[in-house]
Design a protein around this ligand. Structure first.
Ligand SMILES: Cc1ncc(COP(=O)(O)O)c(C=O)c1O
Length: 476
């Protein structure tokens, strides 16, 4: 007998949420679009109740080993005791000052100590704000306007960067506008390249360098199944940027403090001119940082020839306290060793189970952020198009469904990674996860196991929308 997925209360609440929140959520990325339990034609999500260590509980009382980790920020474990304790103590002293505070100074010094390219620091709240201000500084520094980004890389939800983050794999449109409401004229300020193609980016810089202010890249594709850079690729980007007077920005919002204490730039040994950090910096509290070379960073400030950056909640003492406490734990390289050993075992175990079921696959990425891809073209996953045109999405969604019945939570879409944290390693979650994975793959491959699709109660009968049911086509 297959275990039933009981998410009845979640679905009742979601039904309610649809009436007061567009799509039933506060962030589009939370909607699962291919999940087998979602009501037909209705992307949905479940309701969380609480999370601790490596586990998350939903409102129906299900407990899951959590590999989503809030889309990556939780590097130590949910509610890590030293972080929670220090934040609660700090909260009693006030939550916002709009003045400098000493915490800001000490966390800045820590970042400069840990991150190779960091000579100066500015804090903001989200990854979106950090990349937005970094590209502004790069434009001011170079006096040029165009930003080069890569297909399948995500840098935040604003008009300059919401292009070709997740386009239909067969579209020829580039840059591809990902949302209605983005002015078409911005197309002239962004160029989209294929990642890991040495010649193409070099030719683009050679031809257009007089217009190009910056290249922004995720050093590991954390929003496209953890695609790794080809050997020498990041170094190549740095070299051509130096040659053509272009600022190289590493968006380390996902890789920062996750793949290494100095980020991907330390892991791969390549220094960008600027970088952005967020997520794992504070184990889940809202803070981000823009760091980089002094000459560029010094442009931030008031005045006619300066760059504006700021925000009411920038460097608030609670987030800084969380960052300070998290970085104190991450100073210890043993933390990374534990996560790496755990992640490697998990990666190998998953590969073995897939091989055992004769599913051709590649398990790629870093032990702290990786993904499995069921594909029979295992040697070629080096960019977004190769990923999207070569993997079996349906199998992934089925496995995700059955994993939930076995108490393991993944995102429904393999563009997100498996994220691992210290609590996964210390709470002995490896065997239960691999056992659950083996059972889930077996059920996904066998049609005798029936999945339950939930119905929405108390709402109008859902009808199939015209065209693409899940994503309104952006006019590109
Ligand atoms: C690489 C990268 N950059 C920027 C962002 C935007 O961060 P935020 O959601 O905090 O605005 C994200 C979000 O996932 C990200 O993955």
């Amino acid at each position: 007998m297959a275990k039933e997925l009981n998410i009845k209360k979640s679905m009742q609440l979601f039904s309610d949420a649809l009436k007061v929140m567009p799509g039933g959520v506060s962030s589009n990325a939370r909607l699962w679009q291919t999940s087998y339990f979602c009501p037909i034609y209705t992307p949905c999500t479940i309701f969380a109740k609480r999370a601790y260590g490596s586990h998350i509980w939903d409102v129906d009382g299900n407990r899951y080993i959590d590999f989503r980790l809030g889309f990556g920020p939780v590097i130590l474990g949910h509610g890590y005791p030293s972080v929670t304790k220090e934040v609660s103590t700090e909260a009693r002293k006030g939550t916002i000052f709009a003045l400098d505070n000493e915490l800001e100074l000490s966390v800045s010094k820590k970042l400069i100590d840990m991150i190779p390219c960091a000579e100066m620091v500015r804090f903001s709240v989200t990854g979106t704000e950090a990349t937005m201000h970094a590209i502004r500084a790069a434009r001011a520094y170079t006096g040029k306007d165009v930003i080069v980004k890569f297909e399948g890389h995500y840098h935040g939800g604003y008009d300059y960067m919401l292009w070709s983050t997740s386009p239909p794999y067969d579209t020829k449109v580039r840059p591809y506008r990902q949302s209605m409401g983005i002015p078409g004229v911005i197309r002239n300020l962004v160029m989209v390249e294929t990642w890991n193609n040495f010649e193409s980016i070099e030719n683009t810089l050679k031809k257009y360098h007089k217009k190009i202010a910056a290249i922004i890249t995720e050093p590991i594709m954390g929003n496209a199944a953890a695609i790794m850079p080809k050997p020498g690729y990041l170094k190549h980007l740095r070299e051509i940027c130096d040659r053509y007077d272009v600022v190289l920005i590493f968006d380390e919002v996902k890789t920062g403090f996750r793949v290494s204490r100095g980020g991907a730039q330390e892991f791969f040994g390549v220094k960008p001119h600027m970088a952005t950090f967020a997520k794992s910096m504070s184990n889940g509290y809202p803070i981000s940082a823009i760091v980089g070379e002094k000459e560029i960073m010094s442009l931030f400030g008031p005045g006619k020839h300066k760059v504006t950056q700021g925000g009411t909640y920038a460097s608030n003492p609670l987030s800084l306290t969380a960052a300070k406490a998290t970085l104190n734990v991450l100073k210890n390289r043993e933390v990374y060793e534990k996560i790496n050993v755990y992640g490697k075992r998990l990666m190998r175990g998953i590969e073995k189970i897939l091989d055992g079921n004769k599913i051709e696959n590649v398990v790629q990425g870093h032990p702290a952020m990786f993904q499995y891809i069921a594909t029979n073209n295992r040697d070629i996953i080096y960019n977004y198009k190769e990923l999207k045109s070569n993997y079996h999405a349906d199998l992934y969604a089925k496995v995700q469904y059955w994993l939930m019945t076995e108490g393991v939570l993944l995102d429904e879409d393999n563009q997100e990674c498996f994220y691992t944290c210290l609590s996964h390693a210390t709470e002995k979650t490896l065997k239960p996860t691999l056992d659950a994975f083996a059972k889930s793959v077996e059920k996904a491959l066998n049609s005798k196991f029936k999945m339950t699709r939930f119905k929405l109660e108390g709402t109008a009968k859902m009808v199939a929308p015209k065209g693409n049911p899940v994503q309104p086509q952006a006019t590109s």
